[in-house]
Write a protein that binds this ligand. Structure first.
Ligand SMILES: [Zn+2]
Length: 501
């Protein structure tokens, strides 16, 4: 962990010349500036470290839909959506460094510069057939006619990733290349195929789906095996050739070549001595510094046909972000608990246990107090004819009504034991210690005659605007505002005086 936190993530400033290898002598990168280079040979795929490129426009039109088409992939809706009414352009360029979504890797974002120096925001890029389509969201002041004009076929266009887009590129490259490494080592060492994977949205861990879970020992073993290769600094490179029906099939675990791909190029990503995999992603030129961290918990998914298990992993900038946020959470908790980080689990457990004991004690004491209050009420009343009384409490409990109810239950028990023949009618109320216009005072009426209970309830509604209702021997309600004994209390006592018990 400490190793990963201190590791530098600076990629080489220039891509090694051996990164992109065209292995068939007849394959050439199209140079006609009015024709698009197919996906598979794009500048972002030839050099994933390139931040900017000068190229030409091939076509531009206004998009028929308000948003770029969704392929139903998850993690789609998270990006801050610009004003939904702003027009969307579909721009095809001769070449691009903005990667169109594919191979499990989400789209890049970036900026186009037209020849008049104006900047245009690329919010998404998609592969349609064999071409990359840039979706440009117009800014408020940008006009569609002007856009069509500056992106007319043959017009010069600058493409850049921008600061945000380049950060996103490094993250995607790190996570995607790490996934290839992880899947290859899972296959080679544990004979486990990768059924699916997802490059989830920053900063959550990405995952691979496997037919079964890993034991803690296997997770440690996998992590060590992968990081051994990382420390060796195995290089990553690309081989490209023409795509024929004969070489379409791969026997490696992979999403394979999409059915609708028409770019005519077969692209293979190689981790030196470890893995060969067909993929269109923008891969890091080396796994050096891509320490892989596998989260030591797994998630089992039950599907109708078979079950699979997700293994979550982190690498590159996302691993550093994870370490930073984990450390921040842990230090904050350690600060609150006034202990060192290693003592946090033990101290939190202590607090939870203390709290459980305290809650139990409060419950026991409340039960005891309810009995005591009920006894006191009964003894103060039992020498009279009827047991009629208003009792007010000040109590900051979250469940004042529950406590009043416990008192009436105990009171009913005591009446049954000791004063069977006597009629009773009680009004219990409870206010918080600090009251304001928004405070709630709960009121509970209890009596031996259901009709009298209802009568008092109706009077409280009418005279104190208490909201409530009841059934049988109990009626409960809420009073909003400041409850004063000399005011609301007097009203209650007057009501009780007027009721014949
Ligand atoms: Zn891939």
């Amino acid at each position: 962990m400490a190793m990963a936190a201190t590791a530098t993530l600076s990629p080489p400033s220039v891509i090694p010349p051996a990164y992109h290898r065209i292995v068939s002598p007849t394959l050439i990168i199209p140079s006609d500036p009015l024709k698009p280079i197919p996906v598979g040979l794009l500048a972002c795929q030839r050099d994933p470290l390139l931040r900017g490129l000068a190229t030409t426009s091939v076509s531009c039109r206004e998009s028929q839909s308000a948003a770029p088409p969704s392929n139903g992939r998850e993690g789609k809706k998270k990006k801050a959506a610009p004003a939904p009414t702003a027009p969307l352009l579909e721009v095809i360029l001769h070449d691009t460094i903005i990667f169109p979504e594919g191979g499990g890797q989400p789209s890049d974002i970036g900026i186009l510069t037209s020849s008049d120096g104006e900047l245009w925001d690329v919010v998404e890029a998609k592969r349609l057939g064999g071409h990359a389509v840039h979706y440009v969201r117009l800014r408020l002041e940008q006009k569609i006619d002007h856009a069509i004009q500056v992106f007319s076929p043959g017009a010069l266009v600058g493409v850049s990733l921008g600061e945000e887009g380049y950060k996103r590129r490094l993250d995607h490259a790190s996570m995607h290349t790490s996934q290839h490494l992880l899947s290859a080592v899972l296959e080679n060492k544990l004979n486990l195929p990768t059924l699916a994977w997802s490059l989830t949205a920053w900063p959550t861990p990405s995952y691979v789906e496997l037919p079964r879970g890993l034991t803690p020992e296997e997770i440690t073993f996998m992590q060590e095996e992968c990081n051994r290769l990382v420390f060796e600094g195995r290089s990553v490179y690309i081989e490209v050739e023409e795509l024929h029906d004969a070489n379409k099939v791969y026997d490696t675990p992979s999403v394979g070549i999409p059915e609708d791909y028409t770019g005519g190029v077969k692209r293979t990503v190689i981790i030196d001595g470890v893995d060969r995999n067909p993929c269109c992603g923008t891969h890091a030129p080396t796994i050096h510094n891509l320490q892989l961290f596998i989260l030591p918990q797994t998630e089992t998914l039950a599907r109708s046909t078979a079950s699979s298990v997700r293994i979550y992993f982190l690498a590159g900038p996302r691993l550093l972000a994870h370490l930073t946020s984990s450390h921040t959470f842990l230090s904050a908790t350690a600060g609150i608990m006034s202990c060192g980080a290693p003592q946090v689990p033990e101290r939190v457990q202590q607090v939870v246990d203390d709290r459980r004991r305290a809650t139990k004690r409060v419950e026991d004491l409340e039960a005891e107090l309810a009995t005591s209050v009920a006894d006191r009420l009964l003894s103060s009343l039992s020498d009279r004819g009827a047991l009629v009384r208003h009792e007010h409490r000040t109590d900051d409990t979250g469940n004042a009504l529950g406590f009043l109810s416990a008192i009436t239950t105990r009171f009913a028990d005591r009446v049954a034991e000791k004063a069977k023949e006597k009629p009773c009618l009680l009004v219990l109320s409870s206010s918080p210690s600090a009251q304001s216009a928004a405070s709630t005072t709960v009121v509970l009426i209890f009596g031996s005659d259901d009709k009298k209970v209802t009568e008092v309830g109706d009077a409280l509604k009418a005279k104190l605007n208490v909201k409530g209702g009841g059934k049988g021997a109990r009626w409960s309600g809420k009073f909003t505002g400041v409850w004063k004994d000399g005011r609301e209390g007097t009203v209650v006592r007057d009501i009780l005086d007027s009721v014949e018990v």
